[in-house]
Design a protein around this ligand. Sequence first.
Ligand code: GN1
Ligand code: MG
Length: 342
Amino acid sequence: MELINIFNQFVLDSSEYEINKFGNGLIHGTYLVEKNHEPVYILQEINTTVFKSPENIASNLEKLAGFLDSQSEEIFFPLAQKSIAGSAYVVENGVYYRLTPFVADTHSIDACSSPEEAYEASFQFGKFTAAFEKFDANSLEATIPQFHDLKFRWQQFNHALQHGNKDRMYFAQQEINQLKHDFTVVEKFISIQQSDSFLKRVTHHDTKINNVLFNKKGMGVCVIDLDTVMPGYFISDLGDMFRTYLSSANEEETDFEKINARPAFYKALVEGYLDNMQDQMTADEISQIPYAGEFMIYMQALRFLTDFLNNDSYYGISYELNNFNRAKNQLTLLSQFRRISK
Ligand code: GN1
Ligand code: MG
């Protein structure tokens, strides 16, 4: 299907627009729609293998936007543009597409290169969750059931160990053992799930820095990519920022010596988040800030290795050992993180 034919179903006159691939997400196909070389929309093809009920994304976002309207909260919340037929998405041959207005005068960045950027991003994600303090997070659908449930991810890993690619299992023996050796990270998550002092909040669940829009002065404006907004713990959001902002080399790096954890960035992330969230967090939650990083980095290593054992059925890959190297990268990051977060 030509993308322009999809775009036609959202706007009446599509003739002066140009559509090009945009960004580097692993899950959705993302395209920038420009008019006279100015960005106007983001067109996305929703990955329905991952998001099995895209209707849930739309209904969650409508609930959240409705709540914000009723509160006159000052938070920028980009909603998908309705199609000509009046729907939040267009379905063509079973594929779901949605169109979101491009937020004028903003840009996103793919890597975090200063503590100031880390602070700004963390401030925005904290502000997002904090804005929904009085909203009942449990009224949201889980757009990906058990997405950040580490116990479930552990079970999937064990399933892959039983049924996955035997050659790959042999190849990855050392990394498998490392993950098993660190089972305490899973146990701690289970105790958090059972604890009354860890609250389920409106959580973004994908806090990579390219999901924050910045203005020309380098200040954060808002967060985007709201597909995985659902009930969750703070450790998901702060943890994924630790995972993806602290190292100057990213998760694709295969020279593992280049993976590091920058202490000034850690401090900035904690400050930015707490500046909006401190008053809402329990003492138990605050005491588990370092665990947030261990949790997310460990879970990502587990997910990449599980996918490697399952012959790369989930994450897009560019070369054969891509998922294996990503897992090894995350295990390296985990040990670097532990050194600075104690
Ligand atoms: C996926 O959409 P993207 O590429 O930012 C994944 C995240 C992982 C990430 C690892 C829905 O995110 O959970 O952390 O890859 N999203 C989904 O790069 O599985
Ligand atoms: Mg994303």
